[in-house]
Ligand binder design. Structure first.
Ligand code: NAD
Length: 468
């Protein structure tokens, strides 16, 4: 039997079959999560469909309930964060920050309204535009920020009057299952159902006839499968997919002053962040200084179990991801790159650890530059002209985010404007806000999350035309 139940129709549901969830710091089983059966899935969809009708009617109830979701997260933040560290690997301080950020998202959407727009009101007619909920939304999330990324979906979907069936990643289902139980205290039964299971549960959800929308965050490869599956029933789609964010540093900044900021923008959550810096372009004239400064920070970073207070970088979340990062680093070295950091193996038993690695002299065709590494390995690349840096930054199928770092803010913004990505930062990176639209261009996604645009994406417009 699993240690955490599914939440279906407001009730805790146990299943006959369960799956092990490992603690990445030890590589051993931490707890068992339930495996949702097709019958459980049907029950979750049915309860969501039934609950949605009443939920859509009462705007004030929805606002109040979302405020209570925020308060529930805050009141239980230590319990949720320690479970998050145990299943995801991130340091406890970062886990607490993730829970606090999720609470901020619920609070933001609780206060956001979608007033009726009157686009004509004269002798001929009054024309109003109303936002209607879509119905049942299926939310599918990855393992890097399970709580925050589910809040980006649940909060606007519920605010708009939809009900939700949430499926977290099989690597990190526990915190979502816990939240399902906690939120059952403050949401009407069936408004939020949380189910878990292996990856094979995903296609059963996307092909299910009930949801009117799939909101998916994960890899580009899976996102394409989700889009194909959703097409057969014309479900609405939001796809937040992979990224290979470039940061371009201009020649008017001091490497020693900004190295620390650049490092943590790349190694946040151990590099397992869709909007981390994944390629760093610096002027050739200061190349050695950047490599040395970043390598010194990497070598001093405390790597360990996320539950230990001193830990700054935890393990990778899972063994396939650790192996992939190691493979990309090895392949870069075979292609002529140099490891600028300590490369002696970490002695951490069976945990999924990888030393933070700064790579110098990496050719652009190396996979660690061309693909999304999603881990603690950063290629530092020299450029000779800004135009060349922009072309190289844009020469990827991804387009999630990017950044430009410089003292001349106007110049930095002009360069940021030429980046082909959904978010372009100046002198910061990986700084999302509930208010700002978050969207990927090219293979980084479809649709938009956050802000009023994110809320709108969970609605269907209805024009009401009153002839006079
Ligand atoms: P993944 O694509 O392997 O899995 C994501 C989710 O999809 C999981 O819940 C998984 O069980 C489910 N799934 C797997 N196969 C499915 C299928 N055929 N149909 C439906 N669902 C299926 O991704 P991951 O490894 O968990 O996450 C890492 C990836 O997520 C990286 O590429 C990262 O860049 C991306 N990501 C993107 C964002 C963003 O906002 N753009 C945020 C975080 C992570």
């Amino acid at each position: 039997m699993s240690d955490y139940p599914l939440t279906i129709n407001g009730r805790a549901v146990t299943t006959a079959e369960s799956m092990a969830v490992n603690n990445p710091a030890t590589g051993t089983r931490y707890a068992d999560a339930p495996v949702c059966t097709p019958e459980n899935l049907d029950a979750a969809m049915r309860s969501a469909q039934e609950a949605q009708i009443g939920w859509a009617r009462d705007d004030a109830q929805r606002k109040h309930a979302l405020q209570q979701c925020a308060a529930t997260l805050t009141a239980n933040s230590e319990r949720i964060a320690s479970l998050l560290t145990a299943e995801q690997g991130k340091p406890l301080t970062e886990a607490l920050r993730e829970v606090a950020a999720a609470a901020a998202w619920y609070g933001y959407y609780a206060s956001l309204d979608q007033p009726v727009q009157v686009i004509q009101d004269d002798d001929a007619a009054r024309i109003e535009v109303h936002h209607k909920p879509l119905g049942v939304v299926a939310a599918i999330t990855p393992w890097n920020y399970p709580i925050l990324l589910s809040s980006w979906k649940i909060a606007p979907a519920l605010r708009a009057g939809n009900s939700v069936v949430l499926k977290p990643s099989p690597f990190t289902p526990l915190t979502s299952l816990l939240i399902g139980q906690l939120f059952a205290e403050v949401l009407p039964a069936g408004v939020l159902n949380v189910i878990s299971g292996p990856n094979e549960l995903g296609p059963l959800i996307t092909a299910h006839p009930t949801p009117r929308k799939i909101s998916f965050t994960g890899s580009t490869q899976t996102g394409k499968q989700v889009a194909a599956s959703a097409a057969t029933t014309l479900k609405r789609l939001t796809l937040e997919l992979g990224g290979n964010d470039a940061a371009i540093v201009l020649d008017d900044v001091d490497p020693d002053t900004i190295a620390e900021k650049l490092f943590w923008a790349a190694f946040i959550n151990n590099g397992q962040t869709c909007i981390a810096i994944k390629r760093l372009y610096v002027p050739r004239s200061a190349y050695g200084k950047y490599v040395d400064a970043l390598a010194a920070i990497a070598d001093q970073a405390v790597v360990g179990d996320g539950s230990a207070p001193a830990t700054q970088l935890g393990p990778l979340n899972n063994e396939p991801q650790r192996a992939r990062v190691a493979e990309l680093v090895n392949e870069a070295v075979q292609s002529g790159a140099k490891i600028a950091t300590d490369s002696t193996p970490l002695d951490r038993g069976t945990g999924y650890f990888h030393r933070p690695t700064i790579l110098a002299d990496v050719p652009d065709h190396a996979r660690v530059v061309a693909e999304e590494q999603f881990g603690p390995a950063l290629p530092v690349l020299a450029y000779d002209s800004i135009d060349e840096a922009i072309v190289r930054a844009n020469s990827t199928d991804f387009g999630l985010a990017g950044s430009v770092w410089g003292s001349d803010i106007d110049l930095a913004q002009k360069i940021a404007d030429r980046l082909e990505c959904g978010t372009a930062w100046v002198n910061t990176h990986a700084a999302p806000s509930p208010r700002s639209p978050f969207t990927g261009v090219k293979d980084s996604g479809l649709g938009v999350e956050n802000g009023p645009w994110g809320l709108e994406s969970y609605t269907q417009l209805q024009t009401q035309y009153l002839a006079r």
